[in-house]
Design a protein around this ligand. Structure first.
Ligand code: ADP
Ligand code: MG
Length: 363
């Protein structure tokens, strides 16, 4: 395990890449503000509202456009919803249902907690176990939740890994009773942001906003068309050439869809001999996934699915992901970058993806 290294990924590029992330968010907001000004000039009353928040362990931004107070009201409600779901789903906050379940080994789930766990179980099945919320004991072994990073011992990792397996969680979908096996713990970190952005789309709907976008860490979800009638342009970070120009591997043009990217650079540490360890764990090995992919983007109208699949596909690797996509073409599309710098998109994106590199369309 000490020899684990991520090929083709220069550690010093990672810092530059973090700056690129910030650049991309800023450029996205800049684009949105221009739209608002145009709207205001032509219609007089179209207003933009934007708020930023740090929640779910990441920076988030919510922007909406609407007439009267609709945008402001929608954004305020969205921020309250982010806070509410963060408190509910956090694995580290002592009042959350997830924390209580992990401590007691059983709980009664209802509403959002039941819905997200049910969906997590479905996606566990759908991905052949690549997405597994019971990964938490392993994630803790690597020190990711409290950023107290460490390379686990062989025994420590084996013990944690023996607890992993969503198929051993008992969930009664009718009454919400959930029972974990001894030592099992769950973590909704790979799906909670997608679930939250879907809820924000519903809030936008309720307030009749004319368009909006949320950025929750690596998750983007877009509501309707931009105020100028064009699709939203979402830049995908380039994990291999972070210092090069705008630092994106492409731009996807979407409306009413989520665009969720998982990459090793979102959270990682480097040990004292220079080995690189990231936070997307292969539930089969308990180690950071080395599937040959360096970036996975999922595009789907279902933000919850997109979030979970971005993690799962990263673990599965290109070939297994293609099989999955062939079975679920109507539900999602994907953009994959492999560690030999090749870019692949599925055919649903052929007309809406502007690639920086030559890319192969998967059919
Ligand atoms: P991010 O949260 O940075 O956007 P992801 O959505 O890919 O990234 O989620 C990664 C987080 O999910 C990890 O920090 C960990 O808590 C958890 N996780 C890691 N591997 C898995 C997995 N195979 N299945 C489910 N959850 C995972
Ligand atoms: Mg995810």
């Amino acid at each position: 395990m000490k020899n684990f290294k991520m090929k083709n990924f220069k550690i010093n590029n990672l810092l530059v890449l973090m700056l690129a992330v910030i650049f991309l968010v800023l450029s996205m907001c800049g684009c949105a503000m221009k739209t608002s000004e145009t709207g205001q000039l032509s219609k007089g009353t179209l207003k933009e509202a934007t708020r930023d928040i740090y929640a779910m362990d990441t920076y988030m931004s919510v922007t909406a456009y609407g007439y009267g107070d609709s945008a402001k009201e929608a954004v305020d409600e969205a921020i309250a919803e982010i806070r509410r779901l963060d408190l509910l789903f956090s694995a580290v906050s002592e009042n959350s249902i997830v924390y209580k379940l992990n401590q007691n080994g059983e709980a009664v789930l209802e509403g959002d907690s039941l819905e997200i766990v049910k969906k997590s179980m479905d996606i566990f099945e759908m991905t052949g176990g690549a997405f597994d919320i019971s990964i938490y004991p392993v994630v803790c072994e690597w020190g990711f939740p409290d950023r107290n990073y460490k390379v686990p011992t062989i025994d420590g990792l084996a013990e944690a890994l023996s607890k992993v397996g969503s198929d051993r969680i008992k969930l009664n979908e009718k009454n919400g009773k959930i029972t974990l096996e001894e030592g099992q713990q769950i973590d909704l970190g790979a799906i909670a942001k997608g679930y939250t952005s879907d809820h924000i789309m519903d809030i936008f709907d309720t307030h009749n906003v004319t368009s909006g976008v949320v950025y929750l860490g690596g998750n983007v979800e877009c509501y309707k068309m931009k105020a100028d009638g064009e699709k939203w342009r979402v830049g995908i970070q380039d994990p291999l050439n972070p210092g090069d120009g705008a630092s994106y591997l492409g731009v996807v043009n979407v409306n009413d869809e989520a665009v969720v990217t998982s990459g090793p650079y979102e959270r990682f540490f480097v040990d004292d001999i220079g080995n690189f360890y990231h936070h997307i764990i292969n539930p089969m090995t308990g180690c950071p996934s080395q599937s040959g992919l360096v970036s996975v983007t999922i595009v789907s109208p279902d933000g919850t699915l997109a979030d979970a699949l971005s993690t799962a596909v990263y673990v599965m690797g290109k070939e297994a992901a293609e099989v999955l996509w062939n079975e679920h073409k109507k539900e999602f599309d994907m953009i994959l970058m492999t560690e030999d710098n090749k870019l692949y998109i599925t055919e649903g994106l052929a007309d809406c993806f502007e690639a920086k590199y030559e890319c192969t369309v998967l059919k």
